[in-house]
Design a protein around this ligand. Structure first.
Ligand SMILES: [Fe+2]
Length: 339
């Protein structure tokens, strides 16, 4: 069950689909793809997740590192199946299971169940498409208070970016979402978009506009103006969204399966509207809204005020987890001011 607390200033872009229909009807399957292409969040009900042992997974904790945030579990299954007991196998066994082989073997069994669910869903949803890179990540570490953002992918003009999530935790995964990209551009007008080169790559246009609207990573405490839907995804909930098109923010979550699939336009000309069409169309429309007429409720940070992101790859452990002191950490308009 997904609980959505709607903000009336935003569109209600949540849609529900039944797996029984999606798995047997192409029309129902294509409706999910249509949601994803049109800036909606598609929730998939009824997928059989009974074999996932959420209570067990709740006890699994991976080190709070960037590498483990991006843990591609198929790599571990591959080395385990090949009988290799060193390298990644030994690392996870020791770092996350304190050498307890019984618990580790059970964990591998759970990963196999998760893999079979992921393969089944992906085969069905993307079965009619020519898919490029696929990345499946299980995250068993904490994500807390992200900044509101759109996902930035390289070369966004030439492909669609499919993203699917399954909450693997025994507790809700809590998100906020805000404007869709096209709405933000159309409503933010020239004040948001003025001066951005329309000939830039899509992801550069998006990155500049996000910074102005929501600020950067270090402004995640500053940015409280944008309206937000609040969403609680329960254990086993499945949702699909193009993160480049719906702004989102993980407020709290500990365990998730995330699947990314790159779908090149060149081999899938029927996938429309493309991200490129959406962003460039909305950009042109937004520029027609003169300064003073904009209606998007965002900060409009001047470019000079946007703090560049830290090197999250290097500093991830500092951002979360390891720095806990058991005391109050205070954040204000300048980011974290005391720890
Ligand atoms: Fe994201």
């Amino acid at each position: 069950m997904v609980d959505v607390f709607l903000d009336k200033r935003l569109d209600d872009y949540f849609c529900a689909h039944e797996w029984t229909a999606v798995s047997s009807s192409d029309v129902a399957r294509d409706a999910v793809i249509d949601d994803y292409l049109n800036e909606r969040i598609a929730v998939l009900h009824g997928l059989d997740t009974d074999r996932i042992d959420f209570k067990f997974l709740e006890t699994v904790r991976f080190p709070q590192t960037w590498g483990m945030k991006k843990f591609q579990f198929k790599d571990l299954l591959m080395v385990a199946r090949a009988g290799k007991r060193g390298g990644l196998y030994a690392q996870v066994l020791n770092d996350s299971f304190a050498g307890d082989e019984g618990r580790f073997e059970y964990f591998l069994g759970q990963l196999e169940i998760i893999e079979s669910i992921a393969d089944r869903v992906l085969d069905r949803l993307l079965g009619g498409l020519k898919v490029g890179t696929k990345i499946m990540v299980t995250r068993f570490s904490e994500t807390r208070m992200e900044n509101l953002h759109y996902d930035i992918d390289q070369d966004s003009d030439d492909h669609e970016a499919f993203r699917l999530y399954v909450n693997l935790d025994a507790y809700p995964r809590i998100w906020s979402t805000s404007y869709t990209m096209t709405n933000l551009f159309r409503k933010g007008g020239e004040r948001l978009l003025g001066g951005i080169d329309p000939n830039e790559k899509s992801e550069i246009i998006l990155k500049r506009a996000i910074g102005r609207a929501y600020g950067g990573w270090n402004q995640r405490a500053t940015e409280r103006r944008a309206p937000r839907h609040q969403i609680y995804f329960d254990p086993g909930d499945v949702w699909i969204v193009d993160g480049r098109s719906v702004s989102h923010q993980v407020l709290s979550g500990h365990r998730v399966l995330s699947i990314y699939a790159k779908i090149p336009h060149a081999e899938n000309p029927g996938l429309r509207p493309t991200f490129s069409e959406k962003i460039r169309g909305a950009f042109a429309e937004g520029l027609k809204v003169p300064v003073g007429q904009e209606t998007a409720e965002v900060n409009y940070f001047p470019p000079a005020a946007i703090t560049s992101a830290p090197n999250l790859r290097e500093e991830w452990a500092e951002v979360f987890g390891q720095t806990r002191s058991g005391r109050i950490r205070r954040f204000d308009d300048n980011g974290m001011v005391s720890a």
